[in-house]
Design a protein around this ligand. Structure first.
Ligand SMILES: Nc1nc2c(ncn2[C@@H]2O[C@H](COP(=O)(O)OP(=O)(O)OP(=O)(O)O)[C@@H](O)[C@H]2O)c(=O)[nH]1
Ligand SMILES: [Mg+2]
Length: 366
């Protein structure tokens, strides 16, 4: 069962699990467009009536969650929750759910929730999406991970979508088919002839119920090249790159039984990092080359991600700032070198706090 919150979340959940998914939104129109099996409208009234969206404001989502949080918490148990981190509805409602989960005394293995998050692409998406995402990761995801109460957290990004100009619907299908490759590991283990190791539903559940970030990828494996090179070339381009792994799981499919022992190379690679993967090797005569579906869990906060996000948010804020000053002091243009002034202020203070500071300063300069 899957739960999709907000616009992007609802669309992804519906593709992932068309037979059994719940879509949640504060926008009736957006909710009506998704073919979910269950629809939940979160009540969010303004003076003008029910909101049609949060206007990228997570506070609206947070407030609206009051009407549905118990139901949603229940639906999330043992399931997968999809949301984008940039908008206001998915971000706001999911942050309330994460907060509730973080405060639980104890979460049973079968009750843990996997969170699939969709992050905006820094270079092409509005600054509000980027800022909302920073807040979400720092204020909701980090404490949830620290509480140990969530399942895996999977970080998809819209980077490839924007860089390769991929239509939204197609990109959503790419995200879900990649996710299904990972989720099909126990099924393949069960359906194909098992040659070594094994990953059953229980093993898979234990792995996905750990409160770490999950990066998974799939690629052809040939032992004539070092595993590390193949791995580096084949990170999942839809996901954020992983940090140092603390746990790993892989399914190796081989077309010939004689290739079964290749898996020892992969175990050797991870033993250098003191990681002992859960694995399964199966015979798949329909493929021509051995293929690996690999997942690593990493626990460090994606520091670089936050740094990049912050840098981009700063840059975007500065651009906005410059635009405002440009407009405000139109008549003064001849006297002032706006670029130089903005640069000077930036040099003095890394975190420029707002247009007001700058304007005050400019007035003083005149
Ligand atoms: N890949 C993909 N990204 C989407 C899709 N819809 C929205 N996004 C991204 O999701 C973010 C915006 O979040 P939405 O899910 O639309 O917002 P919301 O949660 O409904 O919140 P509101 O601001 O109230 O609309 C941005 O980064 C968009 O690029 C989609 O169908 N596919
Ligand atoms: Mg929306």
């Amino acid at each position: 069962m899957s739960v999709g919150i907000g616009g992007a979340g609802s669309k992804l959940a519906t593709i992932f699990d068309p037979e059994n998914c719940t879509a949640v939104n504060i926008s009736e129109a957006e909710l009506g467009k998704v073919e979910a099996t269950k629809h939940i409208l979160a009540v969010a009234h303004s003076a003008k009536g029910q909101f049609k969206g949060s206007g990228k404001n997570p506070l609206v989502g947070k407030t609206a969650s009051i009407s549905i949080e118990e139901e949603l918490l229940d639906l999330s148990k043992g399931n997968i929750v999809f949301t984008s981190t940039g908008g206001g509805t998915g971000n706001g409602i999911t942050s309330v759910i994460l907060d509730k989960i973080s405060k639980l005394e104890n979460v049973l293995l079968n009750d843990s929730t996997v969170f699939v998050l969709l992050l905006p692409y820094l270079n092409k998406e509005p600054v509000e999406y980027v800022e909302n995402s920073i807040d979400f990761i720092l204020e909701s995801i980090s404490p949830a991970i620290d509480s140990g109460n969530t399942g895996n957290i999977i970080l998809f990004s819209n980077k490839l979508k924007f860089e390769h100009r991929i239509p939204e619907a197609e990109y959503n299908k790419m995200i879900i088919s990649s996710l299904l490759e990972f989720y099909n590991i126990p099924l393949k283990n069960q359906e194909l002839k098992l040659l070594d190791g094994h990953i059953d539903d229980e093993d898979f559940k234990i792995f996905t119920s750990k409160p770490y970030f999950n990066h998974f990828t799939i690629f052809n494996y040939t032992p004539d090249r070092p595993f590390v090179d193949l791995l580096n070339e084949n990170m999942n381009p839809l996901l954020l790159p992983p940090e140092k792994p603390i746990e790993a799981m892989f399914l190796l499919e081989v077309p010939h039984e004689s290739q079964c022992s290749y898996f020892y190379n992969i175990l050797d690679y991870y033993s250098d990092d003191n990681v002992i993967p859960v694995y399964s090797v199966v015979l798949n005569e329909e493929i021509s080359e051995p293929r690996i579906t690999l997942s690593v869990l990493y626990s460090r906060k994606p520091k670089e991600l936050i740094d990049d996000f912050k840098k981009m948010a700063d840059r975007m804020t500065r651009k906005k700032l410059k635009k405002s000053i440009d407009q405000y002091v139109k008549l003064e243009r001849a006297k002032l070198d706006i670029d130089a002034e903005v640069k000077k202020i930036e040099d003095e203070n890394e975190n420029v706090h707002g247009v007001l500071d700058v304007l005050k300063r400019l007035r003083k300069l005149r």
